[in-house]
Design a protein around this ligand. Structure first.
Ligand code: GDP
Length: 509
């Protein structure tokens, strides 16, 4: 993920002097043989050298699970239900529409039980008998997170506009969102039961439609392709039309997903919580594949052996299909809403991948620290240069103190178990004052190894070991004289850190 200029010159088989010269041309004015380059910069340089490089495909913490995914197989593609989000101004009737549809779905499935809000539900369109998935909580933070990652799980947006109030600020926001996200749109002009006089009702609807047209919504009546339905979620009038409009649009969109037992399941966590008596549960919206009881899933750092799957009526299901959301029981730890879910072949593979991701995350954090240090060094040398300039101009002038915030004193933490690592980080990360502060460059479980020494050398860190009694001698007596200290008691470690910080204070004359 990062390497020195010297190392890169070896890798590229380019003379060091030439590489440094080229780097300076590229804008790295402070390039020297020990200058550390991060991944982004390395890519830039490789591009300059016309390398057909693989750095682009470097495995990182955000794509490491991609290796588990099965390659796309067009033969497995089958039609899937549309995923619909309802948007519109507050009080225009979004919740009432969802409630109506949810109730109608209970009747159609003869469940009669209490529906649970699990983040999404499905209902059967009354005429075509096809399924539609509605997302329950569109304003949910999870959706923002997914969108930030470029994942748009919605296929169709139903824009709700009250016939009484017409377009309001949040209606405009929803229109903007629909345009930006590239989602298909259907307009539902609602609360039509509020105007009993049919002539007045038609006039009010006409007015809302004209306002929509003014706001660039290409309604069918002006030759566009956006359908409009006039509904009342209270009386249920034309709700069937709304559902069938969604189906006819999704037929045109030809929505498909791989639905085969061989397809590795992929999905998204919509919601997660700890439930009494059940433990960790998470609603997963399935993107592809067929999910079964007993399957192994990964999401972030969480692993799950699917113990039970429940639908929105609280009923157990034996399998879940694309575009379906199910509440899954069996998570060893709670996954985060908005995170991707992926299936693994076995629990040991899942564990291996989670460990690998954590390792990569750690490395990325370290690389970030190195980059920050480089920036600081550059800033320092620039201030020095500036100071020299000032001194040259006016040698009599007293040297100005250059203030640049407290000085970082760097540490690397190594401990026996992750609990110790966390405890130590928490108890020392805030230590310091206006002049010096504790900066943790890296922290991980295990005996320090060569790479820890390397990192300590680059960053000038002290390595602190906790509850590790098998640190090799050649690590303790390393050739670079990097301090490797061992502790078994936390307060002794804290004392030592405080002492090291004090040693780094400027001497007072
Ligand atoms: P949201 O904020 O968009 O979710 O709006 P709600 O669904 O909470 O509706 C706001 C108010 O409008 C509630 O008092 C609903 O009962 C009422 N309402 C919603 N839809 C209709 C409708 O079609 N007809 C009538 N008469 N009232 C409605």
């Amino acid at each position: 993920n990062h390497t020195s200029v010297n190392n890169l010159s070896n890798l590229l088989n380019v003379r060091l002097e030439k590489l440094i010269q080229d780097l300076k041309k590229l804008g790295f004015t402070h390039a020297s043989s020990n200058y550390i380059l991060t991944k982004g910069y390395i890519e830039l340089i490789l591009q300059e050298y016309n390398y057909d490089f693989e750095v682009n495909e470097v495995v990182n913490s955000s794509n490491v699970y991609d290796e588990l995914k099965s390659p796309m197989n067009p033969r497995f593609l089958e039609t899937r239900p549309p995923i619909v989000t309802i948007m519109g101004h507050v009080d225009h009737g979004k919740t009432t529409i969802l409630d109506y549809l949810r109730k109608s779905s209970i009747v159609s499935q003869e469940h009669g039980g209490i529906t649970q809000h699990i983040g999404a539900f499905q209902c059967v369109a009354p005429i075509s008998r096809k399924l539609i998935t509605f997302l329950d909580t569109p304003g949910h933070a999870a959706f923002l997170k997914m969108r930030e990652r470029g994942a748009n799980i919605t296929d169709i947006i139903v824009l709700v506009v009250s016939v009484e109030d017409s377009i309001m600020p949040q209606t405009l926001e929803a229109i903007k969102h629909a345009k930006n996200s590239g989602n298909e749109l259907i307009v539902a002009i609602t609360k039509i039961d509020r105007i009993s006089n049919l002539k007045e009702r038609a006039e009010a609807i006409e007015k809302v439609e004209n306002s929509l047209i003014v706001n660039d919504i290409e309604l069918e009546k002006i030759g566009g392709d956006v359908q409009v339905v006039h509904i009342s979620a209270k009386t249920g009038e034309n709700m069937d039309q709304l559902e069938e409009s969604i189906i006819s649009l999704s037929d045109i969109m030809d929505l498909k997903a791989e639905k085969n037992v061989k397809t590795v399941c992929e999905g998204w966590v919509l919601e997660s919580e700890v439930k009494k008596a059940v433990g960790n549960v998470a609603t997963v919206l399935l993107k592809k594949g067929v999910m079964n009881k007993g399957d192994i899933l990964i999401s972030g750092n969480s692993i799950c052996k699917v113990r039970a799957m429940l639908n929105e009526h609280g009923a157990q299901v034996t399998k879940a299909l694309p575009s379906q959301a199910v509440e899954i029981v069996g998570w060893k730890s709670l996954p985060n809403a908005g995170d991707e879910v992926i299936q693994a072949k076995s629990e040991s593979i899942a564990k291996k991948y989670v460990a690998r991701r954590q390792h990569l995350l750690q490395e990325e954090k370290e690389a970030e620290t190195v980059e920050k240090l480089n920036d600081e060094r550059v800033a320092q040398s620039e201030t020095k240069a500036l100071k020299n300039d000032i001194d040259e101009v006016d040698e009599d002038e007293e040297q100005a103190e250059v203030e640049s915030g407290p000085k970082d004193v760097n540490f690397i933490i190594k401990a026996d178990v992750s609990g110790s690592v966390e405890a130590i980080v928490q108890s020392i990360e805030h230590l310091g004052n206006d002049e010096v502060k504790c900066n943790i460059v890296g922290s991980s479980v295990g005996v320090p190894a060569e790479n820890d020494l390397k990192m300590a050398k680059i960053t000038g860190s002290t390595i602190l070991c906790f509850n590790l009694d098998n640190v090799p001698n050649d690590i303790i007596n390393n050739k670079d004289k990097i301090p490797v200290k061992q502790f078994n008691v936390i307060y002794k470690l804290i004392e030592d850190v405080t002492e090291t910080l004090t040693d780094n204070l400027k001497p007072i004359f």
